[in-house]
Design a protein around this ligand. Structure first.
Ligand SMILES: [Zn+2]
Ligand SMILES: [Zn+2]
Length: 364
């Protein structure tokens, strides 16, 4: 049957397999996920960074057939690296966008998120946080509330779980049948604070990205909630999927040592969270001085930009060698890298692995 054949479509060159009927796509440094029902209908979870709409549609074509349209877009949260193409895709496909009510103010132009905290120090992404957009987008015409009681629209067997902390209305998605978790940024599977880890995709459980987390108490409780679901496979907003005992052990460790391992030593939200409600930000703890000297911050930003530039260059070169340079230049159509393995590094997801039904053999 045509539909079932499509459900066994190998993960394309563009996507990585997560579990049966779940595929991921990396946009520059943030992941989004394609999740299908047994009957072939599907939903997009998150939408990546700006400039990737074309690639997302082409990956969907490869997975589900030419001009395939999802039933809906659902958002884990509204940070810019998860909603970069949401308007373009939702308007193109004419589908609703679902989010948690506590996330609405930041998706309807009503409130800005609590400001990111560059004072958390040390992290590559913290150095760059000043360039991130601070103004909320307004997609109120497209936006619909997630149904109550954890029902995920148009997806059978999935539930959403409220996991605030990294953002006020952050949710994760869980498929009980095989315990697959899409955790958004509630926790991540690579060190978002390290530019090297961002490049190499070393899989390791980490807390939510420091620079954008305004409520560490809730973030801690949320990771505990997710651990209690006993996930067998976890795919997150940043990093490659993890599974099995390694996942459980590292997630347990994160919950147990959250304040040591995940929470920054100092920073605006470490002792006091941002207070938010359904209208947006209510109050913020006072700003703390940025402990990263300006000159270091600039040097850090330049170094990170340089690493990304080198990765893009390397990728373009190897593409030209392979006669695959037809995607045009970065960043419009093609990211520098998604599910590629760099040689000489610890084992990670096999880029040639393409059978989503055999996913359990894929991760060391
Ligand atoms: Zn985020
Ligand atoms: Zn993110």
């Amino acid at each position: 049957m045509e539909t079932s054949k499509r459900l066994h479509t190998p993960a394309s060159r563009q996507t990585f397999a997560v579990a049966p009927r779940v595929w991921g796509l990396k946009t520059l440094f943030a992941n989004l996920y394609f999740v299908a029902n047994p009957n072939g209908s599907w939903v997009l979870v998150d939408t990546g960074v700006k400039g990737y709409a074309h690639q997302i549609r082409s990956a969907a074509d490869e997975l589900f057939g030419e001009n395939s349209v999802p039933q809906a877009i659902v958002l884990t949260h509204g940070h810019f690296d998860h909603i970069g193409t949401v308007r373009e895709l939702a308007e193109h496909w004419q589908v609703p966008v679902y989010a948690h009510p506590m996330e609405f103010p930041y998706l309807t132009g009503q409130s800005s998120y609590p400001p990111p905290d560059p004072s958390v120090g040390g992290g590559a992404m913290a150095y760059l946080s000043f360039i991130y957009p601070k103004k909320p987008i307004d997609i109120h015409q497209l936006l619909v509330l997630l149904p109550e009681e954890g029902i995920v629209p148009a997806l059978e067997g999935w539930h959403w779980v409220f996991t605030p902390g990294h953002s006020p209305g952050h949710v994760s998605f869980f498929r009980e049948e095989d315990r697959v978790l899409l955790a958004g940024d509630a926790f991540t599977t690579r060190d978002a604070e390290s530019a090297i880890a961002v490049m190499t995709e070393k899989r390791e459980v980490h807390g939510p990205p420091n620079y954008y987390t305004p409520d560490w108490g809730n973030a801690h409780r949320s990771v505990e909630t997710l651990l209690n679901l006993n996930p067998k496979i976890a795919a997150t907003g940043h990093g490659m999927p993890m599974k099995g005992e390694e996942l459980t052990r590292q997630l347990e460790n994160l919950v147990k040592n959250f304040w040591l391992k995940a929470v920054p030593k100092h920073g605006r939200y470490v002792h006091e969270p941002a207070i938010t409600d359904e209208q947006g930000v209510v109050s913020l703890p006072p700003e703390v001085s940025n402990t990263v000297p300006k000159v270091l911050a600039v040097a850090g930003a330049v170094a990170v930009a340089g690493l990304f530039w080198m990765a893009i260059k390397k990728r373009n070169n190897s593409k030209q060698k392979n006669g695959q340079g037809h995607y045009g230049s970065y960043p419009k159509n093609r990211p520098y890298s998604h599910n590629r393995v760099m040689t000489g590094l610890p084992p990670t997801i096999d880029p040639d692995f393409d059978d989503p039904d055999a996913h359990t053999n894929n991760y060391p």
